[in-house]
Design a binder for this molecule. Structure first.
Ligand SMILES: Nc1ncnc2c1ncn2[C@@H]1O[C@H](COP(=O)(O)OP(=O)(O)OP(=O)(O)O)[C@@H](O)[C@H]1O
Ligand SMILES: [Mg+2]
Length: 407
């Protein structure tokens, strides 16, 4: 769910009730009444029924800001929740209540747009804690006036690990630096992110990028695929029969919206788009240019670096060497490449066939399946360089570690 950066000033949100609950048993109803009173939501509607009743009741009234929805009696909770999403206003926080105590269920619910999931029987203390925690997140969003960081990753050549870097960097920023992140793949025909995350490509991204007038939070919310609570992805796999014109104003509008709603936006930018969209590089807080140690890269990277520098980026430009040591690549010496490029390599990602193989076999990112591998270590250090932190693994709460294993 794309968060609403501020709800003051948005007249429509002011008239929304703070809370409503739809529960199917007496114990949950009692807990909801007590917890709602503790939050100061006295008299809030606590209705009998589950998600179907919620869809029916909320169809044409302003949606309360926080909803507690019992899904335990729904035959297909995901279908019902998607119907609920259609009638809910943006910015609604949803806590689902169910009987199934299972991490996979939790992960799928979060992907479906639910903000938290509690297993029955539930008491007032647990509910109160969940309300407070989501309310605090909302308050933080409201206070966050600074736009999220924009990191652009561009490869000087193909097949040297640029997408791998972008995806793993975004995951680390999201989960180890605890920043809500959005990863955008602007290669609308051949982008590799859907495959890397084992997700369906987003619908509507290509149309949106064709037409700046169509970019709004609702479209982003629909097109973005939520990998988990911390990380979302925008990507496409357009058919080759279809040329996609990407409008610069649409990219700017998209980035503006994303940076208002996320702490960090990582863009995988195809090098061919540098000609028309150097404005993206100019606006970035960090630009990572990826090269390898070959003569061909020296030629291409010179041109990419020139275009990047000409765009006068306000953020730092980092030169990264990817898949260093890959057999059969005909590498030249680092110092020779640096001389040809007239630039220093800031960091290297070693060729790490073991981690890349484990990632391909499992359909999971290499920072997840090979967290202590050579490549993951290098990307972790880069995340720290680009966005702060010390590059060390942060101890995550148990539920987040379970989620990471699942994602
Ligand atoms: N550090 C690494 N060690 C070994 N293999 C890697 C490494 N990084 C990426 N790979 C592998 O190299 C291949 C290409 O990676 P990736 O798609 O990230 O490159 P790319 O530069 O984005 O390519 P494209 O030009 O298709 O966009 C993939 O099979 C990936 O698993
Ligand atoms: Mg790529």
């Amino acid at each position: 769910m794309v968060p609403v950066p501020a709800d003051a000033g948005d007249g429509a949100l002011r008239h929304r009730d703070p809370f409503a609950a739809f529960v199917t048993d007496d114990a949950s109803r009692q807990a909801a009444v007590t917890a709602a009173n503790e939050q100061g939501w006295t008299g809030a509607p606590i209705a009998e029924g589950g998600v179907a009743a919620a869809v029916e009741s909320l169809g044409d009234v302003p949606t309360p800001r926080m909803l507690l929805i019992d899904i335990s009696e729904s035959a297909d909770p995901f279908r019902d929740l998607s119907r609920l999403a259609e009638v809910c206003q943006e910015g609604t926080r949803v806590i689902a209540l169910g009987k199934v105590n299972d991490v996979d269920m939790f992960r799928r619910l979060i992907q479906a747009g639910v903000d938290d999931y509690l297993v029955k029987p539930v008491n007032a203390t647990a509910l109160s804690r969940a309300f407070t925690s989501l309310g605090r997140e909302r308050a933080n969003l409201r206070e966050a006036s600074a736009p999220g960081k924009l990191v652009v990753v561009v490869g000087a050549r193909g097949g040297i690990g640029t997408t791998t870097l972008a995806a793993n960097l975004a995951w680390l920023v999201a989960h180890e630096q605890n920043k809500r992140s959005m990863l955008v793949d602007l290669d609308l025909h051949f982008g590799g992110l859907a495959l890397a995350f084992d997700i369906e490509p987003s619908r509507g991204l290509a149309e949106a990028l064709h037409n700046p007038g169509r970019i709004d939070d609702l479209l982003i919310e629909r097109a973005a695929v939520k990998v988990d609570k911390q990380l979302s992805v925008l990507c496409a796999e357009e058919g080759l029969e279809r040329a996609v014109h990407v409008d610069s104003a649409a990219i700017e509008a998209l980035m503006g919206r994303l940076r208002a709603g996320f702490d960090c936006v990582v863009v995988d930018l195809p090098r061919a788009m540098l000609a028309a969209h150097a404005h993206l590089v100019a606006a970035a807080d960090a630009v990572m240019v990826v090269t390898d140690y070959t003569l061909l890269a020296a030629r291409d990277c010179t041109r990419v670096l020139k275009r990047v520098r000409d765009a006068q980026p306000k953020g730092k430009v980092m030169l990264i060497a990817g898949r260093v040591g890959a057999p059969g690549h005909g590498e030249i010496a680092r110092a020779d490449l640096e001389k040809m490029l007239d630039a220093k390599i800031d960091a290297e990602i070693p060729h790490d066939a073991k981690s890349a193989g484990a990632s391909a076999e499992t359909g999971k990112l290499l920072v997840v399946v090979a967290s202590s591998g050579k490549a993951a270590g290098a990307v972790r250090a880069m995340a720290a360089l680009v966005l702060g932190g010390d590059g060390a693994t942060v101890k995550l709460p148990l539920w987040r570690r379970l989620l990471s294993k699942e994602s």
